[in-house]
Design a protein around this ligand. Structure first.
Ligand SMILES: Cc1cc2nc3c(=O)[nH]c(=O)nc-3n(C[C@H](O)[C@H](O)[C@H](O)COP(=O)(O)O)c2cc1C
Length: 170
């Protein structure tokens, strides 16, 4: 089976997972891939960072789903949130249309967050989120964790998080 890992990563967390995956599977890897780049492959694993609930680069396989019939597909989304089951259920409902949610195996992997490295637009968005959090009456443990990450960078990437995906494609 000819497999490729394709990904989009702004700050390197998805890139790290994609590189680990390609290394473990002994397969090709491509950043910012196009439809032409994946046409010769039997299996495509697509990864992207989560930005305001959307998966960066996922549309390569979601919007082209009809053109990829016969290929094995998987999608992994990399975010900084804890990834609790109820939170993930709501996330996937929004991120993947119902007609393809059951057909594309999808995985959440925890990435990281470093406020100091953010570009100007991302910084503005995260400032808005911080203001919103600070205006809440009570903060959850996750809220507190997120606020702490503005001060101290966090990186939750771990190679072992890829176990399930590797099992599927090995
Ligand atoms: C503007 C902005 C919005 C974000 N929105 C989310 C989000 O909705 N859910 C989440 O879990 N993480 C969110 N994050 C955190 C990123 O998903 C996280 O940093 C991820 O590891 C980025 O991966 P990348 O560097 O490969 O793009 C956001 C980060 C930024 C800067």
């Amino acid at each position: 089976m000819k497999t490729i890992v394709v990904y989009k990563s702004k700050y390197g967390y998805t890139k790290k997972y994609a590189e680990w995956l390609a290394e473990s599977l002994g397969c090709d890897i491509k950043d910012n891939a196009s439809l032409a780049d994946i046409s010769d492959y039997d299996a495509v694993i697509c990864g992207g960072g989560i930005y305001a609930g959307r998966i960066n680069g996922a549309k390569l396989i979601t919007q082209n789903y009809g053109k990829l019939s016969g290929k094995r597909l998987a999608l992994f989304a990399v975010g900084s949130s804890v990834g609790r089951p109820e939170e993930l259920e709501a996330f996937w409902e929004k991120a993947l249309a119902e007609n393809i949610r059951d057909r594309i195996p999808h995985f959440y992997l925890r990435g990281g967050f470093d406020y100091g490295r953010l570009g100007i637009i991302d910084r503005l968005m995260m400032n808005m989120l911080k203001k919103m959090l600070l205006g809440k009456d009570t903060l959850t443990e996750d809220d507190k964790g997120l606020l702490a990450a503005y001060e101290t960078p966090v990186d939750f990437t771990e190679r072992k998080n890829l176990g399930e995906i590797i099992k599927m494609f090995d």
